[in-house]
Design a protein around this ligand. Structure first.
Ligand code: GLY
Length: 576
């Protein structure tokens, strides 16, 4: 069968699906009670936006595999969750392909344009110019999302690309019903978006009035961009009309991205970083994300302690977790950067022996001040507005994908004529050693700005295996907190035997070495907090953070469980 005929055959039900997702679907299971995971027999999708989840489920139902569904969800979120879903950003996809038994990491992180340089954001006094680093055309990294999603589809997809992208195109073209969450977020970010006429024209009514929940948001230019991408398998974005629109906008506004930068962009297939935890095997994202390395490093440290016996979110276990977090984030600041430019000691940082030495330095009764912690010496190398989704299919394929524009709506800049929002991922570089980025993260030489380099990330798409079989796919947005969130999901499931929905809802903590603060969400008891304070922790109340989206295979009895974080309204786990 030709690709064109396939596309025609598959397109029809998916188009109906795109229209159908406007209404509440009753044909699929959904997790109305978030503390009970959704169960489904054949496949499951968990994402931060319900319509995107439904598109993914429909792709599975039409015979697509988890990779087809993941690519469809990725393109759909660019339409339905514009604050984080994207074409103009980048991310990381971890996938397990059942037939070839391969687990691979696809790095489609943005790259610094060739003209970028170490002191790009320093003003004449040597201080970091935050506005230029975060909200200007110079903040934009060369986007990787389109190339990444297409690369995943090309290698492992089974449905035609046109079919997989059709629902996103329909939702952009015909408009989508504004949800309360979208209305609220557009209201919150009006200043950022309205600075740019092309952005204001799409996301606000004439005169700047806000869209209300229940009204329809149409994104015609975005639909046309998606069509060009579908017709050219992504070429248009990097060398065609879209590329020229992006570089034209750069040239008019002092941006750095050139046609040569776009044409040179390639996603990279990398080996997943591997570890184990109490008999479970972990596959996670390697650099330029710091996520996988430090997830495994922290788990290795915590494996030295009987966390299950200490109890879920008891003072002893929270103390140890916080100490492990500090040690890991101190190493992050020193050792992590783009592996194509910097020798990251992955093996050393993830070795059990190194973790044992770090764990031995933890005082079980007393917090160590961050000022007393320095990065370690592992064996030499041999936004907060990101979004994550997880997909599993009945054949055993798994996708765990986190991608982002960095901040909510990125720079806020839409490229005129394209409907495409641009990232501000350049702020994830260390603009000046020791000066924190928007997430309070510090860094040095390893993550210094350089043309063609990828900024360090914390995104942590993860797959957990048991006896070689995929068991759990999980991940979250949350900037610097992503790594510790994912770690707590794993501890909650493996050590504390919580079901995946309870594991997701449970209150979380976070420490990132600097600043020396232990952030604690609501729900940890005051007596526990008092013990932590007595041990020297600078306990700091935290707003609810993250949007963990997980799918878990039911080892006994078959089928899948899905859980969407109750912290973010509008998310949905669903299967069929
Ligand atoms: N932009 C957030 C991250 O990549 O970690």
């Amino acid at each position: 069968m030709t690709r064109r005929l396939c596309a025609a055959l598959f397109l029809l039900p998916l188009l109906f699906c795109a229209l159908g997702v406007q209404a509440q679907s009753t044909a699929i299971l959904s997790n109305k009670d978030r503390h009970h995971a959704v169960h489904a027999a054949n496949g499951m999708v968990a994402s931060q936006e319900a319509r995107a989840t439904k598109v993914g489920v429909e792709v599975l139902r039409q015979g697509g595999n988890a990779i087809d569904a993941a690519v469809a969800v990725g393109f759909t979120l660019a339409v339905t969750l514009p604050r984080a879903g994207n074409l103009g950003g980048g991310g990381f996809m971890l996938l397990h392909h059942a037939a070839s038994a391969e687990t691979l990491a696809l790095d489609y992180r943005e790259k610094a344009p060739a003209k970028a340089h170490r002191d790009l954001y320093l003003d004449s006094a040597g201080n970091v110019d935050k506005a230029r680093a975060r909200f200007s055309h110079q903040s934009v990294g060369v986007p990787g999302t389109v190339a990444g999603l297409i690369a995943a589809h090309r290698r492992f997809g089974t449905l035609p690309l046109a079919a997989v992208m059709a629902p996103a195109i329909v939702l952009a073209e015909q408009g989508l019903t504004v949800t309360p969450s979208l209305a609220r977020n557009l209201g919150r970010r009006q200043r950022r978006l309205s600075k740019w006429p092309a952005s204001a024209a799409i996301f606000y009514k004439p005169g700047g009035a806000l869209y209300q929940a229940g009204e329809t948001l149409v994104q015609k230019d975005l639909a046309a961009s998606l069509r060009r991408i579908a017709a050219t398998a992504g070429e248009d974005f990097y060398t065609g009309d879209t590329a020229r629109a992006i570089t034209g906008s750069m040239a008019r506004n002092g941006g750095l991205i050139t046609l040569a930068d776009l044409a040179a962009y390639r996603p990279v297939w990398r080996q997943a970083v591997r570890g184990s935890y109490r008999g479970f095997q972990i596959a996670a994202m390697p650099p330029p994300s710091s996520g996988g390395v430090h997830l495994i490093q922290m788990l290795n440290m915590l494996e030295q302690f009987p966390l299950a016996k200490m109890g879920h979110n008891g003072a002893d276990s929270l103390h140890l977790m916080a100490e492990a977090m500090k040690l890991a984030y101190a190493d992050r600041a020193e050792h992590l950067g783009d592996p194509d430019f910097w020798s990251v000691p992955i093996k050393g940082l993830t070795s059990k022996a190194y973790a044992r030495s770090l764990a031995a330095s933890i005082d079980p009764d007393q917090a160590r001040a961050s000022a007393q912690i320095r990065h370690g010496a592992p064996a030499p190398y041999e936004s907060n507005e990101t979004t994550h989704y997880s997909v599993m299919d009945g054949a055993g394929n798994v996708v765990s994908n986190t991608y982002t524009l960095n901040f909510s709506f990125g720079t806020g800049i839409v490229v005129p004529g394209t409907g495409i929002l641009l990232n501000n991922e350049m702020d994830d570089f260390s603009a000046k050693p020791g000066v924190p980025n928007a997430f309070g993260l510090v860094g040095g030489e390893a993550n210094a700005i350089q043309g063609g380099k990828r900024p360090l990330s914390s995104m942590t798409p993860t797959i957990v295996f048991k006896d070689g079989q995929p068991l759990l796919a999980t991940g979250s947005p949350g900037g610097s907190r992503i790594i510790t969130m994912v770690m707590q999901i794993l501890l909650n499931v493996i050590d504390h035997n919580l079901n995946i929905a309870e594991a997701t809802a449970a209150p979380r903590i976070h420490h990132q070495w600097r600043p020396d603060k232990l952030w604690v969400e609501q729900g940890v008891g005051p007596d526990t907090l008092a013990i932590l304070r007595r041990r020297g922790h600078v306990v700091t109340p935290s707003r609810a953070a993250g949007s963990v989206q997980s799918v878990m295979r039911v080892a006994k009895g078959g089928g899948f469980l899905g859980a969407s974080d109750p912290r973010s309204p509008g998310a949905l786990s669903a299967g069929y």
